[in-house]
Design a protein. Structure first.
Length: 202
């Protein structure tokens, strides 16, 4: 029997494993926990998020709430159980990093914990905030060149040059802190590219 929730119908199961060369439209920087006032994961929240992802014509999201990776992991399990195969949910969190070379050049990183033990994929978030200095340390795999709420300070030419110099993927993200902003920006990526760059989870 097809599942009908907010007009959602079951779709063919997405393949989270390596070896899937299909390009996906993913918004890999969102704050879903915050968007729902820090409520625990629930079917009601999942229903709304899945509907928003589909309404924006994207394939999935990364959940990167500040300093809380457990919420995204629980949410992914809930979505997989109640909305199997409908969208990609990559759990993660956003954390602050203070480089040893210059602690005043603090920056934020979105860490995504790839399903199936695929390791950790790390993106330098909204470059230029907090510090205008951009230091690329080891195990940074991507950098945001378009962030819907932070574009006012991102120097795109500089970011593109840094990405080329350090072989970083360029990311376009919503940085959504409310439901309606999820999917306003997205990046077309192959899951294999994320897995290939990821480092083992500590």
């Amino acid at each position: 029997m097809a599942r009908i929730l907010l007009g959602l119908e079951e779709a063919p199961c997405h393949n989270y494993e390596k070896g899937n060369p299909v390009k996906l439209k993913l918004d890999l920087h969102t704050h879903v926990w915050e968007a729902f006032n820090f409520a625990p994961p629930s079917v009601a929240i999942a229903e709304k998020v899945v509907a928003q992802i589909k309404s924006m014509g994207i394939d999935g999201i990364g959940i990167t709430d500040h300093h809380n990776k457990e919420w995204g992991m629980e949410f992914r399990e809930l979505v997989e159980k109640h909305f199997p195969g409908q969208v990609h949910i990559l759990p993660g969190w956003e954390i602050e990093i203070r480089p040893e070379a210059n602690p005043f050049a603090e920056y934020q990183v979105a860490e995504l914990f790839l399903p199936g033990g695929g390791g950790v994929f790390r993106t330098y978030c909204h470059p230029g905030y907090y510090s205008p200095e951009i230091l690329i340390e080891p195990d940074i795999h991507a950098i945001e060149i378009d962030n819907y709420i932070h574009n006012w300070h991102i120097r795109k030419d500089q970011v593109a040059e840094i990405a080329s110099e350090h072989d970083l993927m360029l990311m376009e993200v919503s940085d959504a802190h409310n439901l309606g902003n999820i999917g306003l920006r997205y990046t077309e990526v192959e899951l294999d590219d994320l897995y290939a760059r990821a480092v083992p989870q500590a």
